[in-house]
Design a protein around this ligand. Structure first.
Ligand code: ADP
Length: 222
């Protein structure tokens, strides 16, 4: 089905040492996000006198893919860290925490296409769990093109044979787009169709994020 999402499971508050955390399974992806902060940024010359720095550090574990991945940062992980940091900076009320840093580590334990969307969705949940004031959660999902069909949430198989991939991060409660990248080519009509699918999907995923947060805090309250 072109508008089908892979199965998604989310849990919040999964890491004892972090200020906030989330674990998301989405299709074959397994991603842990842990958030720390706000805390004083070191070295001091990196501090902004008026606002906090939001740093998202994306990493794919060496064992996360079929062939062992070379451990450590590479161009791809640096790019994903950058776009996710920028997306999260848009939602955090950074002016409330001058000179501070707010860090989210996204660890991909198992990768199966679309990890940046899973990572960003998990990262915003971890920030919410840490009690970081935000204007909304970021919810991300991709659509792409396989053959001449526009398809939501490409699986690894579809991604390998896909002609285009459009990962998008949306603040569902305001409608703002905070991440958009495109690999390959889409016509204007295909792009609109893909955005329509992503819009519907992110609303569903947002409901799951809210439910995961409520689940933790209802348990704590009982
Ligand atoms: P995303 O995971 O956001 O879709 P990419 O489009 O760069 O990002 O990667 C697509 C998929 O390719 C990943 O989800 C992962 O399954 C696989 N992949 C990425 N990097 C590697 C790597 N170094 N080795 C093996 N597989 C990889």
């Amino acid at each position: 089905m072109p508008d089908e999402l892979r199965p998604i499971r989310m849990e919040v508050g999964v890491h004892r040492n972090a200020d906030g955390s989330a674990y998301v399974e989405w299709g074959e992806n397994k991603v842990l996000a842990v958030a720390y902060g706000p805390r004083e940024l070191h070295p001091k010359h990196k501090q902004h006198p008026l606002k906090a720095l939001v740093q998202c550090i994306y990493n794919m574990a060496a064992f996360s893919v079929g062939d062992r991945k070379r451990p450590g940062p590479d161009r791809r992980s640096q790019e994903i860290s950058k776009v996710c940091s920028e997306a999260l900076t848009h939602v955090v009320f950074v002016e409330e925490f001058p000179k501070a840093t707010i860090d989210v580590y996204v660890e991909v334990l198992q990768a199966g296409a679309g990890t940046r969307c899973v990572g960003l969705t998990a990262a915003s949940l971890a920030l919410a769990d840490a009690g970081i004031p935000m204007k909304g959660l970021v919810t991300a999902c991709a659509a792409g093109k396989v053959g001449d069909r526009v398809v939501l949430d490409l699986s690894k198989e579809e991604d390998n044979h896909g002609d285009a991939d459009l990962p998008v991060g949306i603040v569902v409660n305001t409608g703002e787009v905070v991440l958009m990248q495109m690999d390959g080519h889409l016509t204007k009509g295909e792009f609109d169709e893909a955005m329509g699918l992503i819009d519907g999907a992110t609303r569903k995923i947002y409901e799951m994020q809210v439910a995961a947060l409520k689940c933790k805090y209802q348990e704590v309250g009982e």
